[in-house]
Design a protein around this ligand. Structure first.
Ligand SMILES: C[S@@+](CC[C@H](N)C(=O)[O-])C[C@H]1O[C@@H](n2cnc3c(N)ncnc32)[C@H](O)[C@@H]1O
Length: 250
């Protein structure tokens, strides 16, 4: 099969995923997308997209491992510690000082994976405001397309290993031990709301003070990144902050 033909079949495969599963990968960067689909094909010893498309059409159970290979959920608490330090010590005090006392604080963690980023936000907000003010004022909307990751996030239960990057005093203040795991405090958890949201297809959450989108935009091609950034601009209040990791390409 020629390269052109191969490209065409790959686009047909994406179209099939869109039609049959409502999942639109067409705005994702082709190079990494192809690499990931090939990785999954290798588990079945296939090297032709046409053969894999046939396989997907008769084996619906193949969608889950394929999506899990494409949607990389790697994350951690205080991932890229320097950036979080800046948010906590520089950006957040400025944001909070510009808010009226008792006014609500609306935050969106977009592409939150299994929740570590959203709970990191909850901890730094609770540290800045105190638990009582946090409970009264803060709403953290945390979204992802990956339902399995969201289920883990809602459980708020992490292994000791997953908590490694977290200072011990924060662990002891915000997590309760349960068997050999740690569960995020229930009273603060109520301020963290998880939901499915597709950055490519769904309308953004609005009136935001802080929008956190890290290690996610780099999956998309530049056209899709621009569309998403336009929506982020619309979603933020005039004084709102976008806290993101700039995609490597731009
Ligand atoms: C590498 S994780 C980043 C997690 C976290 N933000 C961090 O920095 O640690 C990327 C996340 O983006 C999510 N994702 C991929 N495509 C998406 C889309 N179209 N809409 C929303 N989330 C998406 C994946 O499911 C994955 O959980």
């Amino acid at each position: 099969m020629t390269a052109d033909n191969d490209d065409q079949v790959f686009e047909e495969l994406l179209e099939y995923l869109r039609r049959s599963r409502g999942f639109d990968f067409t705005g994702y960067k082709r190079s990494s997308l192809i690499r990931r689909v090939r990785k999954q094909m290798q588990t079945h010893e296939m090297d032709s997209f046409a053969e894999y498309l046939d396989y997907l059409q008769v084996r619906p159970e193949e969608f889950l491992p394929l999506f899990n290979t494409i949607l990389i959920n790697v994350t951690s608490f205080f991932r890229d510690a320097g950036a979080w330090k800046y948010l906590r010590n520089q950006a957040l005090p400025r944001l909070l000082s510009g808010k009226l006392e008792h006014s609500p604080i609306r935050i969106w963690s977009a592409g939150c994976a299994s929740g570590e980023e959203a709970y990191t936000l909850a901890m730094i907000l609770a540290e800045s405001l105190g638990a009582e003010q946090f409970r009264q004022r803060v709403k953290i909307y945390a979204t992802d397309v990956d339902e399995d990751a969201l289920t883990d996030a809602r459980h708020a239960m992490y292994s000791t290993n997953a908590l490694q990057g977290l200072p011990i005093e924060l662990r002891d203040k915000y997590f309760e031990p349960l068997a050999d795991h740690w569960v995020f405090r229930a009273d603060l958890r109520r301020g963290v709301i998880f939901g499915r949201h597709d950055l490519v297809q769904d309308a953004p959450i609005s009136r935001l003070d802080l929008l956190v989108c890290r290690n996610t935009l780099m999956y998309f091609n530049s056209e899709t990144q621009t569309k998403i950034l336009d929506r982020f601009h619309f979603a933020l209040n005039d004084t709102g902050i976008l806290f993101w990791a700039k995609p490597k390409c731009c």
